[in-house]
Write a protein that binds this ligand. Structure first.
Ligand code: SF4
Length: 911
């Protein structure tokens, strides 16, 4: 039976609402939810392909336990799994104390899941060792808000983007990382041509392309820039002295500090033209409404908290806060990092924005939970936690819904810690993350489309989610797993205390307890319930009892949640990056996101169309830096420093400054033969937020001498040659080469691609083994070419004249045109022999691939033209192919194509 269920996208913090279409108990489609205020029906390419990411083959379906080190894990029942975990945790706690265990959880959990984990660690066990992967993305934003505004609360709404007349986009690339926010920026620009957009980013990013002023500052010089802008505001009389006097404190000291940050000084520190610094200050200071949008570029820094504070100062000094279109607006990376912050799911926080360091707050939480006390000693934050696991201070770790064996910096140390830990539990939806191989106990969890609970997006908006489909296999909800474990552990640790600590049988009971904890606090949600969220739709906090809607904008009255109601200026001085480049490691390595991938690719890495823009990780560098190293686009390089090394292909990007390189964060050991960018990143961290400096590491980049190359292209055909099996085949081979990646590509039918390079050719028996793994061993259907002298060997399989697989060894020139024709299934039988031709030229007869117009629905210009020729209107096109119905960025081009067709074709529809 066909059903539509309202939900949200599980990727970024924009928190787009979507409609899940189910059929026969499975998810068969998604559309943007027109009624959701975050996106009004729009979705980006990731959200639009969520229904393609639900194949059970990738899921963890049953608990698995490793009883002894180095033994294989075996399937066990839930009772045995949880009893074993409770025995191990209880034993370790009894022998070594509560701080010998830890929990590392995720901004992708629902708020209710988070709440239970927090109570389990801090309330039952008596340790604050519960931290999350939000430490890696948003903790400097939290600390920055708290230091200046007094509470961790983004004061703005998405609606403010349309109301601003100056947008300062700093350390963020919403065109790629928050695409639906970017659509709002484009709309604002179209509606208000006078809107001024300033983009601060060392790289000329996709967002910088629409900037009126791009400030490509030197990595780590953010504080200098914002102090410099404040200097300009002061010099030009653009500060709001009245607002400063009535609503803030500490300005005098900061004013003295920024006196030294003259445009000349800042131009030198940041590597920017002095005139651009002055222009940016004037634009910001003279705007009727100035809005800042910022993200990881500010946060992932060894001085991320002060990066945030220095930017927020600009708003406080000009009174650009608490007004329509104005304010400092941090864009959240993960879908529910906000929810985790609300329940205090970090090692230094307590429920409802309470502080662990505050004895009254600890007492309040202890009372609420019915426990004698909450421990005073701060817990270990992410980097500290894994360092303590490495030294043995922490002996057991429970990881939920995150992948530290890919996402934490300095991977060699993290992996050693996981290998040597006494007990590692991983609660996950996916069976094959990098962390899974280290787990002694794997517990299958539910995921997107299967769970009930709440999430909060970047603009403080809470959505109630309900399941669209039943959990697969034996997967259980995250809150349920935590509750079942907590009850068992409670019986072993403190039976009378634990008897009523976790009485929950439904997530709404957990929500009700969380709601209770917020009463009278800045995030008071006393007026919310699941049914109210269902009736009124998603709501922003605060939403106290008696309110009829959530609050769109905070601090409109100029009163801040500090002891005296005043916002604070904090003195922030310029500091360089934790590591500086030198003659040995001359390149500043920046890391970032791609539009179509998400985090460690455990979900997006299963969807072929999400590889069509970027199907391998490319290290981009300025063309002059490539020339200096005698490198060309496509060459292989080794990027290395004292922490590790990786081999990747390079590409030129003249939008990068000289002396820097950029690498996407998404590829880890499941998709390449190294830990990816985090083999190189530094664990150096901000002293307030403890967030690591993932945006900069000093590295050396040199040509890799790997002359022998291999490429396998294999269409997934179903059965043994279906996508999951082929991906796994590629993964088994990754370790055999000096360079290797495996991934997907394609449109209707996925193409699996293995690319590899090595110092010397592989022997024939190894090639035969590769052919066998990829289903290319059938001699009857094979076309082969071999040249022993050149050490070239090629093999194609084309049953009935249809090319389904190619292995090229020694010479791989044909790979790029073969990739396109195989993905389109468009190679004529008579041209199949070209696949293994001695020199891999593209056949002259081959038509060029039609460009993709709608990337979200993956629709090409040729398909649109064909539909228009058959009489389709724009509406019919949208209905049939879905083009232009997701993020909307291709609609102008679509309309143009329809109009052009109408003008050339008498009687054709113009719309
Ligand atoms: Fe999902 Fe894209 Fe919306 Fe982010 S912008 S929530 S990834 S659909």
């Amino acid at each position: 039976m066909n059903e539509i269920v309202r939900s949200t996208c599980c990727y970024c913090g924009v928190g787009c609402g979507l409609l899940i279409e189910t059929d026969n108990g499975g998810i068969v489609g998604v559309r943007g939810d027109p009624a959701h205020p975050a996106n009004h029906g729009r979705l980006c390419s990731k959200g639009a392909s969520l229904h393609l990411s639900t194949r059970p083959e990738y899921r963890l379906l049953h608990p698995q336990l490793r009883r002894q080190r180095d033994a294989a894990r075996q399937r066990v029942g839930w009772d045995e799994a949880l009893d074993h975990a409770a025995d191990r945790f209880a034993g370790i706690i009894a022998a070594h104390g509560p701080d010998s265990v830890a929990f590392y959880i995720s901004g992708q959990l629902l708020t209710e899941d988070y709440y239970v984990f927090n109570k389990l660690a801090k309330g039952l066990i008596g340790t604050n060792n519960v931290d999350t992967n939000s430490r890696l993305c948003m903790s400097s934003a939290v600390a920055g808000y708290k230091q200046t505004l007094g509470a961790d609360a983004p004061p703005c709404s998405y609606e403010d983007i349309a109301l601003a007349d100056c947008l300062l986009i700093a350390g963020a690339n919403p065109a790629i990382a928050h695409p639906i926010v970017f659509r709002r920026i484009e709309d604002a620009r179209a509606a208000n041509p006078a809107l001024r957009i300033i983009v601060v980013d060392p790289r000329r990013s996709e967002t910088a392309a629409i900037a009126d002023l791009h400030l490509p500052l030197a990595p780590g010089s953010d504080i200098a820039l914002y102090n410099g802008l404040l200097h300009v505001l002061l010099a030009e009389g653009l500060v709001n002295r009245d607002y400063i006097a009535r609503h803030t404190e500490g300005f005098e000291a900061l004013e003295k500090t920024v006196a030294a940050y003259t445009p000349d000084v800042v131009a030198r520190l940041c590597g920017l033209p002095k005139a651009d610094i002055i222009r940016a200050g004037r634009w910001f200071g003279s705007a009727a409404a100035a809005l800042s949008l910022y993200c990881q570029g500010l946060n992932q820094s060894a001085h991320g908290t002060h990066n945030n504070a220095a930017l927020i100062h600009l708003h406080l000094a000009t009174g650009q806060i608490g007004r329509p279109g104005a304010g400092p607006f941090s864009l959240t990376g993960q879908p529910n990092a906000m929810g985790g912050r609300e329940v205090g799911g970090l090692a230094n926080l307590l429920s409802a924005h309470r502080d662990l360091a505050n004895p009254e707050h600890r007492a309040e939480v202890a009372r609420l939970w019915g426990v004698p006390s909450v421990p005073e000693r701060p817990g270990k934050t992410a980097i500290e936690l894994f360092a303590a696991l490495r030294t043995g201070e922490v002996k057991a770790v429970w990881i939920a819904c995150t992948n530290p064996a890919q996402s934490l910096p300095a991977q060699a140390e993290v992996r050693a810690a996981l290998r040597e830990a006494a007990f590692v539990v991983l609660q996950e939806a996916y069976a094959d993350t990098d962390t899974a191989s280290f787990a002694d106990l794997l517990l299958p969890a539910t995921t997107w489309g299967e769970k009930e609970g709440t999430v909060t997006n970047s603009e403080r908006r809470i959505t109630h989610l309900v399941p669209a489909v039943a959990p697969p296999g034996e997967a259980r909800h995250d809150w349920r797993i935590a509750v079942d474990f907590a009850r068992r552990l409670g019986r072993r640790l403190a039976p009378p205390l634990a008897a009523n600590l976790f009485p929950y049988e439904h997530p709404e009971q957990i929500f009700a307890e969380h709601r209770q904890s917020t009463l009278g606090r800045d995030l008071d949600i006393g007026g919310l319930s699941y049914s109210l969220l269902d009736t009124l739709g998603p709501q922003q906090w605060p939403f106290p009892a008696g309110a009829s809607s959530g609050r769109q904008r905070l601090y409109e009255d100029g009163i801040f949640p500090t002891a005296n109601g005043r916002a604070r200026f904090v003195v922030a001085e310029h500091r360089p990056t934790a590591e500086v480049t030198d003659a040995s490691f001359p390149i500043s390595l920046l890391s970032g996101r791609l539009r179509d991938q998400w985090h460690g690719m455990s979900r997006t890495g299963t969807v072929a169309r999400l590889f069509n823009l970027d199907d391998e990780p490319l290290l981009t560098m300025h063309p002059a830096d490539l020339r200096q190293r005698d490198l060309h686009g496509g060459d292989l390089v080794t990027a290395r420093n004292a922490r590790g090394s990786i081999v990747v292909r390079v590409a030129a990007d003249d939008g990068l400054p000289r002396g820097s390189a950029w690498l996407p964060m998404h590829w880890g050991s499941r998709y390449m033969n190294s830990a990816g960018v985090n083999a190189l990143t530094t664990p150096a961290r901000d002293p307030f937020s403890q967030q690591p400096e993932l945006k900069h590491a000093a590295v050396a980049v040199d040509k890799a001498d790997l002359p022998w190359q291999l490429v396998v292209l294999r269409l997934a055909d179903g059965g043994e040659t279906d996508t999951p099996g082929l991906l796994e085949a590629g993964r088994r081979l990754l370790g055999d080469f000096d360079f290797a990646t495996v991934g997907l590509y394609g449109r209707r039918r996925p193409l699996v691609i293995l690319r590899a390079a090595h110092r010397q050719p592989l022997p024939d028996d190894r090639l035969r083994e590769i052919d066998r793994l990829f289903g290319l061993a059938d001699d009857a259907a094979a076309i082969v070419y071999a040249d022993r002298q050149r050490q070239v060997s090629k093999r194609a399989i084309a049953p009935d004249g249809r090319l389904i697989g190619v292995r090229l060894a020694g010479e791989t020139l044909a790979q790029s045109w073969l990739k396109e024709v195989m993905a389109d299934d468009s190679l004529d039988a008579e041209l199949v022999r070209w696949a293994v031709a001695p020199i891999g030229r593209r056949p002259g007869k081959l038509p060029q691939r039609s460009p993709v117009v709608c990337r979200c629905a993956d629709v090409t210009a040729a398909e649109i033209t064909a539909d228009l020729a058959s009489g389709a209107s724009l509406a019919a096109l949208q209905e049939r192919r879905g083009c232009g119905t997701f993020c909307g960025s291709c609609l102008p081009e679509l309309r143009q194509m329809v109009a052009a067709h109408a003008s050339e074709t008498p009687g054709a529809k113009a719309a």
